[in-house]
Design a binder for this molecule. Sequence first.
Ligand SMILES: [Zn+2]
Length: 265
Amino acid sequence: MLSLALAAFVAGQGQALQMSYPVEPGLRGVTVEWSGHEVPFTLRGDRWLATVGVDLDSRPGDHAVNVTFAYEDGRARVLREPVEVRAGQYPTTELEVEERYVELSPEDQARADSEAAETNAIYDTFTPERYWSEAFAVPVHGAKDGRNFGHRRVFNGQPRAPHSGADLRATTGTPIYAANRGRVVLAKELFFSGNAVFIDHGHGLYTTYLHLSKIDVAVGDMVERDQEIGLAGATGRVTGPHLHWGVRLLDARVDPFSLVRIGAQ
Ligand SMILES: [Zn+2]
């Protein structure tokens, strides 16, 4: 009989992945080494759960991660777990935007560089507290899906970074709601993103809400799932009003809807 070695965990490029193990007597905790972080699992009912992210540009194929099971008697067991990354199908999109967002002035370039450093420093911060326990909600009421995640983009004929979020239909003034409980870690206007809100949900998970016409929260605020944080708009590098909703999960650029699909955690 043919036996196939099946990866315990499978995820596409740019997808969130939930790792799960059953409870065991005497098991005190589970952690996984993921993207240089030691990610703790959370006990929910009869399972240990952790949510990790596979970056948009992760190499497709077989990977492996170390999972540590720590027992109350001091023993620890390390399991080398296979993770299969499947290639995503991401088309190329050509867009026309204001030229100043493609050929940046030296001042705008300096601003964009400093804002990129600031946002990368946020994403590199691993908050050990996990603020959320419910499923992630879509931040525009009634929206069922988003567009353009992962698309390779050409602005005014020039290739730029892939699109790392989902674009949700929303006219200017549409209320935008926090996808889950967390702390506001950025709430201001950025060069490319326009008016932006970043929420830290803990355990390396961030959601971002861009191009807003109005921001209703401030840095340091704790927000609840489904709390209004601002209004949709068309600020920054856009072709029209919409909500750009992004997820960073342990430094990985992940489709927000893949996080929603994981459901209750
Ligand atoms: Zn977008």
